[in-house]
Structure formats: C-alpha cells, structure tokens
Design a protein around this ligand. Structure first.
Ligand code: CAA
Ligand code: NAI
Length: 705
C-alpha cells in the first residue's frame, strides 16, 4: 500500500507530501501522517524549515466527505473535532517555519491545514475556499476562526457562507496567500521557507488579531450577511451557522471561538440538510457513471455543431455551444425567424456585457462563432446536430429524415424534444445508432441540466460522447430512458396536476407558489409556467389528445387550456397565470384566475375550501415522489440520485432538501405510502401507489438504501 504522507529533505527543507489520489482528501491516516511527518521535521537536524505539499494535481481538497455519514452522534462529532483542532494547534506550534505549497485546490480542511501553517504560497492557477456550506456544515477545523484573522471578516463571511473558491491573485490580495510562485511550486516554496528560516520568522495565524480588532465593524458585517442570506439561503441552515461561528471570532478569544465552532459543527453534521447535500455531492458525480461506459470508452470529439430551429431553445442551445468555444451553424425555416433568433442571442450577450460579465469584444467573438443559414450547407462538416424545431411529431420526423441525408455518417443527431419518442426519429434518420435525445432546460444557456435520452438503438459511443459533451458545455448530463416526458417532464406532469387540482379545490395561484417558494423552490409552479410558456404545455396536451392519452392520470383541469385559448401564454404575452405590467417581470395576481377556478370547481361539483400550505407541499411532493418510484421501477432513471440531480438542476428543487426521492426517504416511505393511500380515499383512484414504493415501505427500506 503506498504511503499516504511521504517525507524527504531537500536543500535543508523537510518536504511533507500528501499522496492520496484523486484529490488528497484527509482520509483516515492522512491527518495523522501529516502530524507525524511535521513532528519528524521539527526534530530533524537536517531540516531548517518545512514545506507541506500535495502529490498529483492538487493540494488537499478537504476532509474525506464519505466520513461525515459515519459520525454516529454529537459526542462522536465533538470528540473528532477536538482531536483535529489539537492536531492543527500542534502544527502551528512547529518550531521551524512551516509553509503550505498550494496547487490545484486547497478546500475545506485543506485550507484549514494550510492556515495552520505559518505561511502559504501558491501557483497562479491555485484556488482556495471553504465550501463546507455546500455540504450543509461549517468549516470544522478552525477555519471560521483563522480565516477572519487572515483575510478579514467580510471575506471570511463570503467564502464560508457562499462556498465560493477564491483565485490565487485574490487570495494574495486578501492575505490568504503570502506569495504566488511562477514556475516550479516546490522549488519556490523551498526558497520561501529557507528565507523565513534565515530571517528567523514564524507567523501563527491564531495570533493575528489586527483584522478582527474592529469588533463593531465585524459585527455589522455579520448582521449584514444574515440579512443577505434571507434572500438566498432558501431555508438552508448552514449559511447562518457559518455566520454564527465567524461572529464567535469577534466575541470570544481563539480558544473560545474554536469551542463554539466545534459545537456548531456538531449540530450541522448530524442534520438532514447535511445528509441531503452530501448525498447530492456524490449523486452529481455518480450520474456520469453509466453501466457499459468506462472512463476511457470510445467517444467522438465534438469540434463543430449545428442547431436546427432558432427559437427559445435553439438560441439558448447555440449559446451553450458557443460559450464552450464550439462553432455553430444555426438553421431556421424562414428569414424572419432567423433574424429574430439571432437578435435575441445578441441581446442576451449584450445584457451580459452591460452587467460587466463579458467584454464587448467577447460579445462579437461569440456572435462570430454562429453561422446563420436557411439551408443545409455545412451540415456535412459538423460533428453533431441538435434539432430544436416545434414540438410536432411529423415535423421532427421529416427533419431527422433530412439530417440522415445531409450529415456525415458519424455525425450525432440529437433531438431537444420535451416528450416525443426518440426511437421514431432514429428510424426516420436511417442512422439509429447515432440518434439520442439532448433535452436542455429553459433558458438553455443558463440551466445546468441536460437529460441524455437513450433510445433503443443509441450506441454506447453516442451516449459516451453525450456525457463528455455535457461536461464540456458546463452541464450536468443525466442519462434517462425513452418514455413520454422522459424523467423531468414525466414527473412534472404529476406536480402540475396536483397544483391545478389544489387551485380548483380552493387554493390561490399565489398561495401555491408561496408555499413552494417557502419550501425552497426559486419560483412556484405558476410563475414557472409563465416563464416557460403556457403554449408549450398546451401543444403537448393537444398532441396527446390526438393520440388518446393524458399526461398524468386523474381529473384534468381545464384552466391551462382556457388560458392558452385566451392567448395568455405567460410573461411573453404580458399575462398567463399572473398579469405583468409592461417592462416588469413581477407577477401580479389576476382575479380572472379565481373566476376560472370557481367555474372549474362548480363544473366538478366541488365546494372550494381553505387549503393550508402543508397540504399544498405534501400533495405535490407525494405526487412527485410516487411517480419518481414508477420511473425508477421502469429503469427510466438509473438511480434515485439521478432523479434528485434532475430536479435540483432542472427545476431548482432546493438542494438542502436533497430532491424528491431524498425528501421521501427523509419522511419515511411508510409515511409517504400512507399519504398516497389517504389521498386515494379522499380524492379518487387516480392516486395509485407505485408498486416499488409499496415494496420498499414493506421491507423497511428507503429509495437510497
Ligand atoms: N472527499 C472524498 N472524495 C472526494 C472529495 C472529498 N473531499 N473531493 C472529491 N472527491 C472525489 C469525487 O467523489 C470523485 O470521485 P469519483 O471519481 O469516484 O467520482 C473524485 O474525487 C474527483 O472529483 P471531481 O469529479 O469532483 O473532480 P474535479 O476535478 O471536477 O473537482 C474538486 C475536484 C474541486 C476537488 C471537487 O471534487 C470538489 O469540490 N470536492 C469537494 C471539496 C470540498 O467540499 N471540500 C471540503 C470538504 S469538508 C471539510 O473539509 C470539512 C472540514 O472542515 C474538516
Ligand atoms: P419555439 O417555437 O420557440 O422555436 C421553434 C423554432 O423552430 C421556430 O423558430 C421555428 O421557426 C423553427 N422551425 C420550425 N421548423 C423548422 C425547420 N424545418 N427548420 C428550421 N427551423 C424550424 O420552440 P421552443 O420552445 O424553442 O421549443 C423547441 C423544442 O424544444 C421543442 O421540441 C420543445 O418541446 C423543446 N423544449 C422546449 C422547452 C421550453 O421551455 N420552451 C424546454 C425544453 C425543450
């Protein structure tokens, strides 16, 4: 077994190298190894100073995240934290200058180890951060006490509550790094350490009090951070816990602050919020692991692309490619639509430029990567085509037939359909192995989710290429099966069905939206439909009616189609479920919807009643998770985590709640099943428990266990 922490002496400097691939996490043996080797260096007459460095591509990326799930109780957490704090105090008391040499990332416990060193140097591309909040915890090894002392309270608050990484240049400016090393990191760190040894200098972070001396300013910054979090935390607790711990650096001495941090950490690490976020961390990486596809499976290089249709989605998809540096041919059916599509793209880039996010030159460079056309010229050169024409079965089939003729045999043909059968397009193309669904979410240049729909004949190479491409486009690619609506929209139909029925039964549109934003969604189901376009769902329902189907079984509310017929498509027409003042996207409740709901309720013989927020949340979540269980049982999603990743990245499901399947597990599957049965009795047979939910509940299991 290779040594986790190695020791050698070079130019009178002891070099302690952490070698725990892939990211040098602080797995069992690593902290102990660092302590042992630094103690050895302290006693080694051949060493005048010490450098702590990581092997491979990075410094220490933090605690081993797998450990958090194994902490059984508060006492164990307190014990573990006290031990790590004592270890870092001992490092800081090393009698010889101790220098952290950072490349890659120094994150979480990694930065905390670095801050317990006397100095930190890093390469220009290095990044540092305290991302624990993204795992529902706070820095647990003195980070909330040393970071404000090094970089000041505002920086500590920002890094800890948002989990952002800081670049090397920013870290230098803020005092986290002492020097940037151009060229060889180890050589630079050794030179730095020798200079400190020669000058007899040692600086202990815990003794630096200048940056926290103005207590009043620090406390004001903490109050402002708490106020800011009310807008963005969406019900998560860990960001506030970070502020509480940093505040302790102002109100208590170093030892007292550490004690407070240890206690707050214990509260967080045992929370459901942390369990959900840790599960998501691994689920987000697991989605890339698809049976039959290895890391080195053959995949095609995507160097150029074409998009067919320059509407809402086609434009956003073209931008995603361009943003990844991939040139795009953008095809439309008519000049007017093409001009409109291009002007929307230009406007989007110009808005980014006006906010200072990109320069004017970058706008022009991005636009120069798009080649507009009304024909098919150049399609024989591209590596992939994404079809994003209207959601019309016959139209899409004819486009695929054409694509089969005009593209190279090895070109991947992807459809952005929201619901339709990929296999039929595959057949129409005459090249089924290269056909796949690439279901982007609106706005496609912003939303991170890409559902990769695997058709009956999609080759492994097509899927492997899609997974790699998703990463290149900055998306989270999740492979799903080919069923109506795939995973995201298939489940969404149940979420919306329940919302519409709640509306008819007596809840208002704004009350339903409020209940779900209070739950943690960035927007509720009605504001979301007004953004996406009520016409999109209406066309899908029209198609389904034409083939004698409905989206989700049970009573179908007539109100969405009534809005469509009135031309109320949402924000784009100035009215939908809400009204919109010109130039303002703030939704204004419209009494018309209440009238429509009254009529719909009367037609179904319902007496409208007051409905509590708990019932709203419970019914839509139960509907989501129950259908999620059907999706899993049919193999349309590979794992419960895939569904949760889809909901977090496609619909803004609150991360700290883990996703619909984690939510069900947290509630307990017997309790969820009891709800389905209760709703069946109260509301009708369209509530039908998923056989998988019934089985797992009977076996005392969860979706994840
Ligand atoms: N613990 C365990 N495994 C980890 C890990 C960690 N801290 N960080 C990454 N990994 C694993 C990933 O699960 C992945 O494994 P698989 O290949 O088996 O899927 C592998 O390392 C590579 O990770 P990525 O795919 O994410 O690689 P990347 O190059 O895209 O990103 C990274 C690298 C920036 C380090 C990213 O992995 C990351 O952000 N990791 C988490 C860092 C973090 O949150 N650290 C704080 C931990 S909490 C803490 O330290 C508490 C404390 O105060 C004591
Ligand atoms: P849209 O109506 O905004 O754009 C469709 C565009 O396709 C129009 O500009 C039209 O002129 C063009 N078009 C039609 N026939 C064409 C042809 N033969 N060649 C080239 N262009 C042609 O529609 P939107 O919303 O962009 O949807 C496109 C696809 O994306 C649909 O399949 C839809 O279901 C799917 N989708 C839509 C989402 C949304 O939120 N709007 C989300 C995810 C997928």
């Amino acid at each position: 077994m290779p040594e986790l922490v190695r020791y050698h002496v070079q130019e009178e400097v002891a070099v302690v190298t952490v070698d725990n691939p892939p990211v040098n996490a602080l797995s069992p043996g690593v902290p102990e190894g660092i302590s042992e080797m630094v103690a050895r260096a302290a006693a080694d007459p051949a060493a005048r100073a010490v450098v702590l460095i990581g092997a491979g591509t990075t410094f220490i990326a933090g605690a081993d995240i797998r450990i958090f799930g194994t902490i059984p109780d508060r006492e164990a957490s307190l014990r573990r934290s006290r031990e790590i704090h004592a270890r870092l105090l001992a490092l800081e008391d090393c009698p010889k200058p101790l220098v952290a040499a950072i490349h890659g990332t120094a994150l979480g416990g990694g930065l905390e180890f670095a801050m317990a060193c006397h100095y930190r140097v890093g390469v220009p591309a290095a990044r540092v951060g305290q991302p624990e909040v993204l795992l529902g915890i706070i820095p647990g090894a003195g980070g909330t006490q040393r970071l404000p002392r090094l970089a000041g309270v505002p920086t500590a608050l920002e890094l800890c509550t948002q989990g952002n990484h800081s670049s090397a240049s920013r870290a230098l400016a803020e005092g986290i790094l002492d020097q940037i090393v151009e060229g060889d990191l180890l050589a630079g760190a050794i030179a730095f350490a020798r200079a400190k040894a020669a000058a007899g200098e040692i600086r202990k972070t815990r003794h630096l009090d200048a940056r926290i001396a103005d207590r009043q300013a620090g406390l004001t910054a903490c109050a402002a951070a708490r106020a800011g979090l009310r807008k963005i935390a969406r019900g998560a607790r860990a960001p506030y816990a970070c502020v509480d711990a940093i505040e302790a650096a102002l109100t208590l001495d170093f030892g007292g602050g550490c004690q407070r941090e240890i206690e707050i950490f214990a509260d967080c690490v045992l929370s459901a919020e942390s369990r959900n976020l840790v599960r998501l961390f691994f689920a987000e990486r697991e989605v890339a692991k698809v049976p039959g596809i290895a890391k080195d499976s053959p995949a095609r290089q995507i160097r150029s692309a074409a998009v067919v249709g320059a509407g809402t989605m086609g434009g956003g998809i073209a931008m995603s490619y361009v943003n990844a540096g991939i040139p795009v041919i953008l095809r439309e059916a008519g000049q007017e639509a093409l001009d409109r599509g291009l002007s929307v793209i230009r406007k989007n880039y110009e808005i980014s430029a006006s906010k200072g996010k990109i320069s004017k030159e970058q706008v022009e460079r991005a636009l120069s990567l798009i080649r507009p056309t009304l024909g098919w010229e150049g399609f024989d050169q591209v590596d992939i085509v994404v079809e994003a024409v209207f959601e019309n079965f016959e139209l899409k089939k004819s486009v695929f037939a054409e694509l089969g003729r005009v593209t190279r045999p090895d070109c991947i043909l992807a459809s952005n359909t929201s619901t339709l059968d990929i296999d039929q397009f595959a057949q129409a193309s005459g090249r089924p192995a290269s056909v796949v669904g690439h279901h982007f979410f609106s706005p496609a240049n912003v939303m991170k989710l890409l559902e990769i729909v695997r058709g009956k004949h999609s080759s492994l190479e097509t899927i492997a290429t899609s997974l790699q491409l998703a990463k290149k486009l900055g998306k989270v690619g999740v492979v799903v099966g080919n069923c109506f609506g795939f995973v995201a929209n298939r489940m969404l139909a149940y979420y919306l069905r329940e919302a519409h029925l709640l509306l008819e039964e007596g809840a208002s549109v704004s009350q339903i939206d409020q209940a779900l934003t209070d739950f943690g969604f960035p927007v509720g189901p009605y504001a979301m439909q007004d953004i996406a376009g009520i016409d999109v769902g209406a066309r899908i329902r029209q198609y389904l009616r034409s083939i004698g189907k409905t989206r989700a079984e049970g009573p179908q509310s007539v109100i969405p189609d009534q809005l469509y017929e009135m031309g109320r498509y949402g924000q784009k027409t100035g009215a939908g479920w809400y009204r919109y003042e010109p130039g303002n996207r703030a939704p204004v409740p419209d009494p018309l919807i209440e009238e429509l709901a009254e009529k719909a309720a009367a037609a179904r013989g319902l007496t409208r009643r007051p409905i509590a927020a708990e019932e709203i949340v419970s019914r839509v979540m139960t509907a989501l998770a129950n259908e999620g269980a059907n999706v899993l049982a049919e193999g349309m999603a590979l794992r419960p985590g895939d569904i949760d990743v889809i909901y977090v990245h496609g619909f803004g499901f609150p991360r700290h709640r883990g996703g619909p399947m984690a939510y069900a597990d947290h509630l307990g599957l017997p309790a969820m099943l009891a709800k389905v049965r209760e709703y069946r009795q109260t509301f009708g047979d369209h509530w039908s428990a998923s056989p998988l939910l019934e089985r797992l509940a009977a076996e005392g299991k969860g979706f994840y266990s």
